[in-house]
Design a binder for this molecule. Structure first.
Ligand SMILES: [Zn+2]
Length: 220
């Protein structure tokens, strides 16, 4: 649930139906005011909810439930619908661009279901634009940031936990590679600073300065 902090999480238990419902809301981000992010789902248990223990944690946008010493099965209900990630923008491409690195989060119920959102914002009415990119990176603790005129590469990994249970052992790794595949745009590698890139609660908000001789999608 990238972007959801502990304050934004609600968990309720329905003891009659043996259901756990959870909902997470992300505070709006200034550059993406139209993107209302929310996640929700229902866990159905075939065990009496009143008889079992339930622990949960929310770390860097990853919600984990643990039911110690419990037998039975559970079902996580997914919301239906949603559209494919919008890749219609010209100029910038994410490489390699395969469906596997743009999966849709099935629990997302907000207005966007993309894991990568991008837009250009023209800052001075001229040729300088800031490319804002919001990427789901749940669990990512830190990242490296390499940029030159034509490419920008981000590498990151999930923070290691010593007491992870066996089936949660996989450590997520991230590689975000962006290339300008046009003759009109370049990254402003000197003007784009590492400190402008914000990682919070599993959401990475990149702010990259771009020079272009074309009119890019701008937002006032
Ligand atoms: Zn271009």
């Amino acid at each position: 649930m990238p972007g959801v902090s502990k304050n934004g999480l609600t968990i309720t238990q329905d003891l009659e139906k043996n259901q756990i419902r959870f909902c997470g809301k992300v505070p709006s981000i200034k550059e993406f005011p139209e993107r209302i992010r929310a996640y929700a789902s229902v866990i159905n248990l075939d065990t009496n909810l009143g008889d079992i223990q339930m622990n949960h944690s929310l770390v860097n946008g990853s919600l984990r439930f643990v039911f110690p010493k419990t037998q039975g099965s559970l079902q996580i209900l997914k919301y239906r619908g949603g559209k494919a990630v919008d890749q219609s923008d010209d100029h910038l491409i994410f490489a390699p661009l395969t469906p596997s690195n743009c999966e849709i989060n099935p629990l997302m119920i907000g207005s966007t279901r993309s894991c990568i959102i991008k837009k250009f914002v023209n800052t001075d009415g001229g040729s300088i634009n800031v490319l804002h990119i919001l990427v789901d990176t749940p669990g990512m603790e830190d990242f490296t940031f390499d940029i030159n005129h034509k490419t920008c590469i981000i590498r990151g990994a999930e923070e290691e936990e010593e007491d992870k249970s066996n089936f949660l052992k996989s450590e997520r790794k991230y590689l975000i590679s962006m290339i300008f595949d046009c003759s009109c745009c370049t990254f402003d590698a000197k003007g784009t600073k590492r400190r402008h890139q914000i990682l919070k609660d599993g959401l990475l908000h990149l702010q990259l300065r771009v020079s272009s001789s074309s009119k890019l999608i701008t937002v006032s």
